[in-house]
Design a protein around this ligand. Structure first.
Ligand code: ARG
Length: 384
């Protein structure tokens, strides 16, 4: 069914504004709807008030079906940078975000919101990095990868623009930020803004020798925030880590740092023998190291058992508030000790609600057809 664009936008706006006014017990919904309708008629779009933006980003977190950490959705802080369009100023705002959110390890969930997409589909600001802090991945002539294989394609973009790095397994990537012209500028940001945790194990002295580390805070920077029909293509956000994200997935996945065989061998396990469960045991040691080291350095982190309990509490809170929780089971259930966590033993509805965060195509790859994927921002444009 086709509707004039403004009609559709007004519908999305009024759905969001109705929710905003109800949940925050704010008066004046009908006046606000009149203003927004006039604004859309005159300009083709509308501008969120500060309070709408704040509640909107919190709802986007609350609606993130794949996130187990949603108990804390009300603590999300917004940094409003909707008036910034110059990539250099964007970089400075990102530096402030890093520093404020990291808070020497007492991590504060935070989102910086840059200008929304224009009526003509123009993107005023885009951050090309998938996360603000990531380690480069560089393919070697022998086909192996130094660093994070998940970053090879982005690393290539940086190298094309003159970035070199030291060639270690943990070289922090620079930022690529484009303004309205779509041409990225490269920024190296101060190392001092990056809190990293060197990994050691309380019982295994050899663990130090592996030289492993990880950055303390995940800052997702390539998703599109949608609130009431308005798209924000640059809205980087952070929470804190769950230990398995680092210890099971980033360092353990065969397609990432692939360290389980290395650790198992250090443990003296026979990785050829059957029934040794060497992967399982290596996973435990790696995760113990992550938890121990973050703790030692005062960097906030949750383990998967606590996170599962917190998520179940989130569901109870939501139900008490008269809302049902949508979730993606395969993402919520932790990648180790799954059946020992509460979230394993139940199902979830996985309907996608807005406000929310959506995937975007990589900025350096022409738009792929992702029609039909409800988590992908392109599906927002396909007019259903
Ligand atoms: N899994 C991603 C990573 O390892 C981070 C995703 C967001 N995680 C979070 N705890 N907020 O970097």
């Amino acid at each position: 069914m086709h509707q004039p664009l403004g009609e559709r936008l007004f519908q999305q706006a009024s759905e969001f504004l109705t929710k905003f006014h109800a949940e925050t017990e704010t008066d004046g919904l009908s006046d606000r709807l009149v203003v927004v309708r006039d604004e859309i008629n005159a300009t083709g779009t509308y501008i969120h008030s500060d309070a709408e933006l704040l509640h909107g980003v919190r709802l986007a977190w609350r609606n993130s079906n794949r996130c187990i950490g949603r108990l804390f959705w009300k603590s999300l802080t917004v940094r409003d940078k909707r008036s910034i369009t110059d990539p250099g100023q964007v970089a400075r705002a990102l530096e402030e975000h890093l520093s404020w959110a990291t808070n020497e390890g007492r991590i504060r969930p935070c989102i910086t919101v840059f200008p929304p997409m224009g009526v003509n589909g123009k993107v005023p600001v885009r951050i090309w990095n998938k996360q603000l802090i990531r380690y480069a991945g560089q393919m070697q002539p022998d086909g192996t990868c130094v660093g994070d294989p998940a970053q090879v394609s982005f690393t290539e973009q940086c190298k094309q623009r003159g970035w070199k790095g030291e060639g270690s397994a943990f070289d922090i990537l620079p930022w690529l930020i484009s303004g309205a012209d779509g041409i990225p500028k490269m920024y190296e940001f101060p190392r001092s803004l990056v809190l990293e945790v060197r990994l050691s194990h309380p019982d295994h002295p050899w663990f130090d020798g592996l030289g492993l580390r990880w950055h303390a805070v995940p800052f997702i920077s390539d998703m599109v925030l949608e609130i009431g029909g308005i798209l924000y293509p640059a809205a980087p956000f952070n929470g804190w880590y769950m230990s398995t994200e680092i210890g099971a997935r980033n360092l353990g996945d065969a397609s990432r740092y692939d360290l389980l065989p290395v650790i198992a061998q250090q443990m003296g396990l026979d990785i050829k023998a059957k029934g040794v469960l060497w992967k399982d045991r290596a996973l435990v040691v790696l995760n113990e190291a992550v938890i121990y080291s973050f703790d030692r350095d005062g960097a906030m982190l949750t383990d998967h058992h606590a996170a599962s309990d917190q998520f179940l509490k989130f569901i109870r809170n939501e139900e008490n508030a008269g809302r049902d929780v949508m979730a993606d089971w395969a993402w919520i259930v932790p990648p180790m000790a799954s059946s020992s966590t509460g979230v394993f033993h139940r199902g979830f509805d996985n309907e996608v609600r807005t406000p929310n965060f959506f995937y975007n195509h990589d900025a350096w790859i022409p738009r792929q057809s992702t029609k039909g994927c409800p988590f992908h921002v392109d599906s927002l444009h396909s007019g259903h």
